[in-house]
Design a protein around this ligand. Structure first.
Ligand code: SAM
Length: 220
């Protein structure tokens, strides 16, 4: 992929990695994270949220981080040396990852990814601070891709911001976003504004949603 503008670098990697889940995400999201099954972190970057999900393992949980930037995989390995993070380029490699003991890092763009086999579909998906980096004309494919990753009736936590967008980032219009969710087959729950975002994000107003994967609507 071409090098797009990802603003994780706005804070140091160490600072970014040091936040705990409770500081960053609302209780409604935390309650959805499973202890077993498959949990995905889309746009995982250096893997902070994938690692936090992996720390909650209490059963046979497979954590899959997905990100198109392979450089981020190497940063994740550097940032979390205590974790066994496995580089994957397809679902077959993800299937070989040892649940509980390892984390799969799948290098891919969600909108171009094949549908996973049913045993690798997600019980929960976190997709935080990614939507603004998806070009407008790929956003429907991105939402369709998210839908194809989730098991039926399972939730995606999706967070985006509409302010302080750097050059090259996409401004998200809520009405268009709702249409994209509906077309992809998601029911939408808008969560209340997160009252106390972490210091790095205080300047941003985040928009948080829980999207439930239903059948796609038949458009006739
Ligand atoms: C601002 S970072 C967010 C990192 C992390 N999720 C967080 O909340 O701190 C955006 C990430 O989205 C990833 N990304 C961009 N396009 C993507 C796509 N099409 N599919 C999956 N991830 C993507 C980037 O590589 C980058 O790591």
């Amino acid at each position: 992929m071409d090098k797009k503008i990802f603003d994780q670098g706005a804070q140091s990697r160490a600072t970014h990695a040091s936040y705990n889940f409770g500081e960053i995400y609302p209780a409604q999201m935390l309650a959805e994270i499973p202890k077993q099954g498959v949990s995905m972190d889309i746009g995982t970057g250096v893997g902070r949220d994938a690692v936090a999900m992996h720390n909650r393992v209490n059963g046979r949980l497979l954590v899959v981080g997905i990100d198109p930037d392979e450089g981020n995989y190497h940063k994740a390995v550097e940032t979390y040396p205590q974790k066994d993070i496995v580089l994957c380029h397809d679902w077959a490699a993800v299937a070989a990852v040892k649940r509980n003991r390892q984390i799969a890092y799948l290098v891919a763009e969600v909108q171009k990814l094949d549908e996973p086999p049913s045993n690798l579909k997600a019980d929960f998906i976190n997709c935080s601070a990614v939507m603004m980096f998806i070009p407008q004309d790929e956003q429907q494919d991105f939402m369709d891709g998210l839908h194809s990753l989730a098991k039926p009736y399972r939730d995606v936590f999706l967070r985006y911001r509409t302010e302080i967008l750097n050059e090259g980032m996409t401004s998200i219009n809520q009405r268009i976003f709702f249409n994209q969710c509906y077309s992809a087959g998601f029911a939408i729950r808008k969560l209340p504004d997160f009252p106390d975002p972490p210091p790095s994000s205080r300047d941003f107003a985040w928009h948080d949603y829980l999207l439930t994967a239903f059948c796609k609507p038949k458009l006739i």
